[in-house]
Each structure stands twice: as structure tokens, then as C-alpha cells.
Write a protein that binds this ligand. Structure first.
Ligand code: FAD
Length: 233
């Protein structure tokens, strides 16, 4: 099994980086082939622009998704995107490892999503959710945050986490392109807790990774529940 870890933290000694190294070592020891895209170390360019295309189907007006399709077909998409797509296509499991920024992903990771999850390969036409281009692959979101666990939930101050704060990522992105989305692993209140509590998070993550195969993916729409115009049947 091939694993790709997309890691988005600017500090090599960060707690996030410790989670990334733990996953790399543990999954490698378990026999997985692990690749890491360390976005800050790669100086990943997060800006989706005309510079991503060596050719233009329409030189007069940039429609980014259409040029993604065209340039992928012509093997003219930017080399940094092409390299990430090869890693993505080879992966059975993709782990997104990052600190929460403003209820969302850091900009550098958002830019990986915008530029790498391309139309024509990852989605397009009626290919989304369980028919998405990445069907058959699993995704795991591993994140840390400053807030405490009780701040998230139906009546909590920040509202729902999985179906609220993380919905654009878990559903609108990962489930949409066809991943089976595993329940996220979350380290709460990370900068403020005692070192022993952080070490416990690492132990919990180790156990989580040891049981990946027994995790039930989150439930998202199936295309056969909708008609050709996407009304519910
Ligand atoms: P670090 O600061 O790197 O580490 C925390 C501590 O862990 C440090 O003392 C470090 O030395 C120690 N450590 C490192 N390795 C280990 C190890 N192996 N074992 C034990 N300890 C270790 N939070 C929210 O809740 N909601 C938000 O919307 C939100 N938005 C943010 C937006 C921005 C722009 C920023 C900068 C932060 C935001 N935060 C938010 C907070 C952010 O999510 C947390 O600060 C972050 O997740 C903490 O993780 P880290 O890896 O950066 O921790």
C-alpha cells in the first residue's frame, strides 16, 4: 500500500512535524511505501494562475479548470503539479497533516488542493462523490488546533466540527473527488497543554494509525441516490 503525506507546517520542530514523522516511521515499519510532500520545504507555489499552463486552449480568457484538463491531456501542465499528480495517483491513502488556520487549512495547503486536484482527473462531468476520479483511495485528515474539545459540537461555541468547520475540506473537497474519508484525527489545544498531554496525543495517533483498516469512513452521498439532474430519487 502506498501512502502520501501532504504536510503543511513551516517549522521542522513543530508538533505537527512530530505527527508527520510518527506516521512516516510507523507506516513504513508496517510495510507501507510512504512519500511526504513537505509543502514549506518544497517552497510549494500555492497560486493557481495562467503560469500553470504551457499551452492554452483559449489564450483570450482563462478558465482555470478547462485549461487544467487541456494541459494535462497535452502533458503541458506545470511540472510541480504533474509531479504531485503522479504521487497522488500512486497513493492508496493520502494523509493531510496541518495546523488549523481560521477554521480551515493553511494557504499553502489550500494552494496544493487548488492546483493538484485537477478537473478531468480528480473530478469532472458526473464524476464526483463515490464516482469521483480518486475513488478507491482513502484520505485521512490529521490536524492540530488551539481550541479545546468542548468548544466544538452542536451547541458549542464554534459549532459542529466534522459536519461544520471541516465540511468544505472533508465533504466539499475530499469526498467530492472520490476519496473514502476516514474520521479525522484531531489534537486539541496543542500549544497550551503540558508536554505529557502532547505526548499522549502522539500515543493516541500511534494507536489510531495501527487501526486504520478498522475505521469506518464517513458517510457522504452516493450518486445512485440522485437522478440525472442530481435531484434526490
Ligand atoms: P507547535 O507550536 O509547533 O507546538 C506546540 C508545542 O509542542 C511546542 O512547545 C513544541 O515545542 C511542542 N512539541 C513539538 N514536538 C513535540 C513532541 N514530539 N512532543 C511533545 N511536544 C512537542 N486554532 C483554532 O483552534 N482555530 C483556528 O481557527 C485557528 N486559526 C489559526 C490561524 C493562524 C494563522 C494561526 C497561526 C493559528 C491558528 N490556530 C487556530 C492555532 C493553531 O491551529 C495551533 O497553534 C496549531 O495547531 C498548533 O500546532 P503546531 O504544530 O503549530 O504546534
Amino acid at each position: 500500500m502506498n501512502v502520501l503525506i501532504v504536510h503543511a507546517h513551516h517549522e521542522a520542530k513543530s508538533f505537527n512535524s512530530a505527527l508527520m514523522h510518527l506516521a512516516t516511521e510507523q507506516l513504513t515499519a508496517a510495510g507501507y511505501q510512504v512519500q511526504v510532500s513537505d509543502l514549506y520545504e518544497m517552497n510549494w507555489n500555492p497560486v493557481a494562475s495562467a503560469n500553470d499552463f504551457a499551452q492554452r486552449k483559449n489564450p483570450e480568457y482563462l478558465v482555470y479548470a478547462l485549461e487544467q484538463r487541456h494541459n494535462y491531456e497535452q502533458q503541458a501542465i506545470a511540472p510541480d503539479i504533474a509531479a504531485e499528480l503522479e504521487k497522488l495517483k500512486a497513493a492508496d491513502l493520502v494523509i493531510f497533516n496541518f495546523p488549523l488556520y481560521w477554521f480551515s487549512v493553511p494557504a499553502i495547503l489550500k494552494g496544493w488542493i487548488d492546483r493538484v486536484l485537477i478537473s478531468g482527473v480528480c473530478y469532472g462531468g458526473m464524476r464526483f462523490y463515490d464516482q469521483g476520479g480518486l475513488k478507491g483511495k482513502k484520505a485521512l485528515v490529521t490536524l492540530t488546533l488551539g481550541g479545546r474539545e468542548h468548544m466544538f459540537g452542536e451547541k458549542a461555541i464554534h459549532g459542529e466540527l466534522v459536519d461544520g468547520m471541516l465540511r468544505p475540506l472533508l465533504r466539499g473537497t475530499l469526498a467530492y473527488v472520490g476519496f473514502e474519508v476516514l474520521p479525522p484525527f484531531i489534537g486539541y489545544h496543542v500549544p497550551y497543554i503540558k508536554p505529557e498531554a502532547r505526548e499522549q496525543i502522539l500515543v493516541d495517533y500511534k494507536n489510531y494509525l495501527a487501526n486504520l483498516d478498522s475505521l469506518t469512513p464517513l458517510r457522504y452521498p452516493h450518486m445512485d441516490e440522485f437522478d440525472s439532474k442530481l435531484y434526490p430519487k
